[in-house]
Design a protein around this ligand. Sequence first.
Ligand code: NAD
Ligand code: UDP
Length: 314
Amino acid sequence: MQRILVTGGAGFIGSHLCERLLVEGNEVICLDNLFTGSKASISPFLGNRNFEFIRHDVINPIYLEVDQIYNLACPASPVHYQYNPIKTIKTSVMGAINTLGMAKRVKARILQASTSEVYGDPEIHPQKEEYWGRVNPIGIRSCYDEGKRAAECLMMDYHRQNSVDIKIARIFNTYGPRMAVNDGRVVSNFIVQALSKKDITIFGDGSQTRSFCYIDDLIDGLIRLMNSPAGVTGPINIGNPHEFTIMQLARIIIDLTKSPSQIVFRPLPQDDPVQRRPDITLAKKELEWKPKIELEEGLRNTVAYFSGILQNNQ
Ligand code: NAD
Ligand code: UDP
């Protein structure tokens, strides 16, 4: 049994991670300021004596004795990270400093939830870990992209300077049950719109691509990375390499939900990456990991989840 801290544990990925870590018999401390996370997503674990929730903001230091830290705290949807961009970059940078300081002090292993956004709007396709990326340092996505890049830098510097045992996961677009109805990211937006018989809002012409990873596959990859040999620090891409245009995604969701919704087009936000697909050669080699759940199967589960939520809200 390990004592494990999950910052951002009340969010979409965090709540699934807490659940899996509890099932595997660990003690889990979930730390979250509930900016985009919710008590509802962790309420099933509150009765578990191996689970604790701490309402806390990672920009402030905290002292805990733990064996492992998953640092997930940061809003991830463009709508949410652009709501208060200064807070977003502070969360990534100061959150990394505070959790790395804790890892250094108590000799815990720490995994940083980084992102495919460190590649920006990439010229290299698919994206390999050696690629340094093409990020606009002064645009509306910079608070998130540059914050995550600075967090990777801090991870590597604490590792080189203080021998902190680090892992960096570059997570590509992940979806699944427990995304918030108002999350704002494409999969939940399209499903909620389709189920509510509202227009499906495609930004731009829908030719931009993303590669969607189902939550269970991602959690498996994160836990494998955390428990990999100390020499494996990453960064390692974790995502599903099967690439779709946003138009294809809209059509698949309309088919699966048998929705009468119409597709409408809205302006493409600034710096929206044109294409994105992970090269997962490294994850296959170092972690013996690859995703198992393809888009249609994952979407069916996600549609079933949102159907239940929307019916309960009526
Ligand atoms: P999410 O918004 O559902 O979860 C983020 C959680 O962090 C929320 O519970 C939120 O309340 C909490 N949080 C935000 N700021 C905080 C702060 N200052 N102090 C404490 N808690 C704070 O998003 P998610 O999709 O679960 O993403 C989790 C992590 O994974 C994020 O770091 C994100 O950047 C990363 N990531 C996610 C994806 C994806 O597709 N889901 C892709 C790449 C990277
Ligand atoms: N998108 C869209 N309609 C929406 C939400 C998003 O067309 O209602 C597009 C968005 O412009 C982007 C892609 O879907 O090209 C993925 O967006 P998301 O916000 O999910 O994540 P990103 O990968 O851009 O961070």
